[in-house]
Design a protein around this ligand. Structure first.
Ligand code: BYC
Length: 313
């Protein structure tokens, strides 16, 4: 019986038929999705912190309004993703508990500090750029609610990427100091953005199965290469340099070769010891505690409404 269900499930996946919440699915498929989608949702929410840090210091009203809108978009992405993950049988409260206890991860990238205004540009260009590269294929993920949530998210992410690039373009045409700021931000964000795609394929425990289940459509290394190829060209428009002396076009592979990634740094950050891990988690826990009254008020309102509806019925 279970074998037959498994076969029907895999046939659907192979024939590009979406898996929906009430369909039978292997336990491990459900677990993998909950893990990936909740980590993704957490990344959107924690991702608001480094950028939120610059809202009060944005250099003009236009920049401030745009940054506020971007940070609000990230909150929206987190909410779609928590809702999509809830269709798999986990509650939002449980997912948030897992984030706060350190049981589930969020993207390594948000454990780096935003030191200057140029960092906001570099995040848009590189971090949102990497996010788009990773997330556009997720619009074709085999699980329906995840794939559908990703469509709107990707549209918004591409606007984010452009606003970041435009910040850097403006700085790259500015004073010597602004040009230096621009290069310095690229220097600091490049390698962490390259690491965002996760470990090399041979050391990625989940990739093979997730590709077979069509949750992931490309491997970590395939997406990383696409990202590097795109950025290696775009950086010329900025007149800046990518901080990798080994970055070089390879006529044979038709891709850019690139230097060695510092995996010790990556795992150090993933395991909680990056420059801002403790600060980020403390900020999320504080925000959650301070928001307790909103949740209580919402529950009280919902209960009152239910009682009223009962009386009317
Ligand atoms: N950071 O077998 P692997 C964004 C973990 S962008 C931390 O390759 P998988 C945004 C991985 O979880 C960022 N941990 O795993 C942009 C696993 O640990 P567990 C969010 C990482 O899942 C701008 C272990 O390493 N995007 O939202 O097949 C502004 C082995 O890895 C990282 C997404 O989450 C990392 N970078 O592939 C605001 C996209 N990389 O779980 C917001 C959806 C790997 O066994 N997620 N690990 O303890 C994915 O596509 C995949 O989950 C990943 C990893 C490519 C990230």
């Amino acid at each position: 019986m279970a074998e037959q269900q498994e076969k029907i499930f895999q046939d659907k996946v192979d024939h590009e038929i979406r898996i929906e919440p009430k369909d039978w699915m292997p336990d491990q498929y459900r677990k993998t999705l909950i893990r990936q989608m909740s980590q993704h949702a957490h990344s959107e929410i924690v991702g608001m912190l480094p950028e939120g840090n610059w809202i009060t210091r944005a250099p003009s009203l236009r920049r401030k309004a745009t940054l506020i809108a971007k940070v609000q978009d990230e909150a929206g992405h987190g909410l779609y993703l928590y809702s999509a993950a809830e269709t798999l049988g986990i509650s939002r409260a449980e997912m948030i508990d897992q984030l706060h206890s350190g049981k589930t991860k969020y993207s390594s990238i948000f454990n780096y500090p935003t030191l200057t205004w140029a960092d906001i540009g570099a995040i848009g260009w590189l971090v949102d750029g990497a996010a788009i590269m990773n997330q556009v294929p997720l619009c074709r993920a085999s699980y329906g609610p995840y794939a559908r949530a990703m469509i709107r998210i990707c549209k918004e992410e591409s606007f984010h990427q452009r606003q970041g690039f435009e910040i850097l373009l403006t700085l790259s045409k500015g004073s010597e100091e602004q040009k230096r700021m621009c290069q310095d931000a690229i220097d600091r964000w490049w390698w962490p953005a390259v690491m965002m795609f996760g470990p090399n394929d041979e050391s990625s425990p989940h990739t093979k199965q997730s590709v077979a289940w069509k949750i992931k459509r490309f491997t970590n290394d395939e997406l990383r290469q696409k990202f590097i190829d795109v950025c290696a060209e775009q950086v010329h428009i900025l007149g800046m340099k990518i901080p990798d002396p080994d970055l070089k076009w390879n006529e044979q592979t038709k891709h850019y070769d690139f230097g060695a990634i510092n995996w010790d740094e990556f795992w150090n950050v993933v395991n909680g010891n990056g420059p801002c891990n403790k600060e980020r988690l403390a900020a999320r826990i504080k925000a959650h505690e301070e928001g307790a009254w909103v949740r209580e008020a919402a529950i009280a309102y919902a209960e009152k409404k239910k009682r009223k509806e009962k009386v009317i019925a």
